[in-house]
Design a protein around this ligand. Structure first.
Ligand SMILES: [Mg+2]
Length: 184
């Protein structure tokens, strides 16, 4: 059992891809528009393309709010994380802006649970896979990297970074549910 378990957020603890697909479906009837915007996810041109297609401005702030509206707490997952949190320390290392990541965390009911080491790249000026961001999370928990497990869905970002920092790594092949968390 690791002394601390740190999680990625998007598509590990919250289903961001589903929230984005729902958001696009709610705003764009044309599948070509939806596909074009999905391709630009994570690219600053996403907002220009959205604004042009919808004929009204759409900002990073709008996206953060709209995604958070499509994320709901999973009471079983929260309970399982609460149980895990009584056996070891919990934390989060997430790439993204402060506003967007915290809006999703709040919407999912996870902000308090992971508050001991809640590291968001936009708040600390570091991002995965830089080992420094993992070391920062370990320092906040007063743990050595080898005492910590990191769980994330992207091998190239989460796996490479966590291992380079000396943490154990477990790939999340789908968004975590209560059963998976209870099996940790
Ligand atoms: Mg992720």
């Amino acid at each position: 059992m690791p002394r601390a378990v740190l999680f990625d957020l998007d598509n590990t603890l919250v289903d961001r891809d589903r929230a984005l697909r729902e958001l696009l479906a709610d705003h764009f009837a044309d599948p070509q528009d939806r596909a074009a915007l999905l391709c630009l996810d994570g690219d600053p041109r996403f907002f220009v393309a959205w604004s042009e297609r919808a004929r009204r401005p759409f900002s990073q702030q709008d996206l953060a709010g709209q995604l958070a509206l499509r994320i709901a707490p999973d009471p079983e997952l929260i309970e399982a994380l609460g149980e895990l949190g009584r056996r070891c320390q919990l934390g989060l290392v997430s790439n993204g802006g402060s506003r967007s990541q915290r809006a999703k965390l709040r919407a999912a009911g996870l902000e308090e649970l992971l508050g001991a080491a809640l590291v968001v790249s936009g708040e600390v000026g570091l991002q995965k896979p830089d080992p420094e961001i993992f070391w920062l999370a370990c320092r906040r928990l007063v743990r050595e990297p080898h005492e910590c497990l990191f769980i994330g869905d992207q091998e190239a970002v989460d796996g490479v970074g966590a291992r380079a920092a000396g943490l154990s790594f477990q790939l999340a092949r789908r968004v975590l549910d209560a059963e998976t968390v209870r099996g940790l």
